[in-house]
Write a protein that binds this ligand. Structure first.
Ligand SMILES: Cc1cc2nc3c(=O)[nH]c(=O)nc-3n(C[C@H](O)[C@H](O)[C@H](O)COP(=O)(O)OP(=O)(O)OC[C@H]3O[C@@H](n4cnc5c(N)ncnc54)[C@H](O)[C@@H]3O)c2cc1C
Length: 314
């Protein structure tokens, strides 16, 4: 039996592992099919405090993994395929094993939704991005396109005007879904123009993005826009499928946590990082959450030991 199983190996999962391992809880982490999480998909991370010259996403995640291992975390490169949080100890299954755990930290992250265009994934990190806050700075003085019509797309477009010379929003409907105030800000911004009733139909470029093809639904007309950046802002999907029916989910399917802690509705189960955060979705906030979750789990285990006289393993 384990004190703590951590599901997910992004900044939240690894930070939780570092804290829990230093607290001698001997955590076990299942990394899932993307060891290192979303930052493995990016090149330079320039906004994580402590790296004045930036750090490559994969190097950063490798350092976090080594730091967790150094303190005794056990890391298993397997995907969790089932959980039973109705029993205690909880059961966590992969295709090759079932683990029992007194506490669990869910740090399974979120995935950006993409347009599904041929070439889109090839040009990710080479002009195509799902994160304006992360990548906007790389497009200083360049023209960019934002796809989407909700508040996130408006926020991204406004944010990008700080860097880009011009921002074009492409939206498939005749009106935005975004709040009126955000719409007003966008529509009155001289650096932004909007193309309604249209979709980005193709991305152009071999090793870096050189432009996009926009198709108007109404006229059928196709236009080529020469841009250096394409920001896809059509939403994120939290990776919570495993937990449906067992953990309470809130806004847009993100795990609900309580009282400014990482506690979920199930005692002994904690959630950290993008999987419970529809708002900030940054590496530094995910790492902060991982720290909180490990400390919450440690407190929970201490109270469990006191209440039920359980001697914690290790
Ligand atoms: C291209 C890109 C660039 C970015 N750049 C920046 C940046 O410059 N600065 C910044 O602050 N943020 C950046 N972000 C955002 C940042 O990466 C995320 O906010 C952060 O990674 C969230 O961390 P997390 O630990 O919550 O989840 P994630 O990083 O999403 O990790 C989730 C983990 O859960 C695992 N998992 C999922 N399902 C299972 C399962 N069933 N079993 C086991 N494991 C599972 C996955 O394998 C993965 O390891 C960027 C994001 C992207 C996509």
């Amino acid at each position: 039996m384990r004190n703590l199983v951590i599901i997910g190996s992004g900044p939240a999962g690894y930070t939780a592992a570092i804290y829990a391992a230093r607290a001698q809880l001997e955590p076990l982490i299942f990394t899932g099919s993307s060891p290192g999480g979303q930052l493995m998909l990016t090149s330079e991370v320039e906004n994580f405090p402590g790296f004045p010259d930036g750090v490559l996403g994969p190097d950063f995640m490798d350092a976090l993994r080594r730091q967790a291992e150094k303190f005794g975390a056990q890391i298993v490169d397997e995907e969790v395929v089932g959980v039973d949080l109705r029993v205690h100890p909880f059961k966590i299954s992969t295709n090759s094993r079932v683990e029992e755990a007194l506490s669990v930290i869910v740090a399974t992250g979120a995935s950006a939704k993409w347009l599904g265009l041929p070439g889109e994934q090839r040009l990710r990190g080479k002009g195509v991005s799902g994160c304006a806050v992360c990548d906007g700075y790389f497009f200083r003085g360049r023209d960019v396109v934002v796809v989407g019509g909700g508040d996130s797309a408006m926020e991204d477009a406004l944010f990008l005007t700080k860097y880009a010379s011009h921002v074009t929003i492409v939206h498939r409907r005749r009106e935005f879904r975004a709040s009126k105030i955000m719409q007003r800000r966008v529509l009155t911004n001289p650096k932004i123009n909007v193309i309604f009733d249209s979709v980005v139909e193709d991305v152009v470029g071999t090793n870096k993005l050189e432009g996009v093809v926009v198709k108007n639904f109404v006229t059928g007309e196709r236009t080529h826009l020469a841009v250096a950046g394409l920001f896809v802002a059509i939403g994120h999907e939290p990776n919570t499928k495993l937990f449906r029916g067992q953990l309470e989910l809130g806004e847009k399917g993100y795990i609900r946590v309580y009282d400014q802690t990482t506690r979920t509705n199930v005692e002994g189960v904690f959630a950290a990082g993008d999987v419970r955060d529809p708002r900030y979705r940054q590496a530094v906030t995910a790492a902060g959450d991982g720290c909180k979750a490990a400390m919450d789990a440690e407190k929970y285990l201490e109270s469990l030991a006191e209440k039920e006289g359980i001697r914690l393993p290790a």
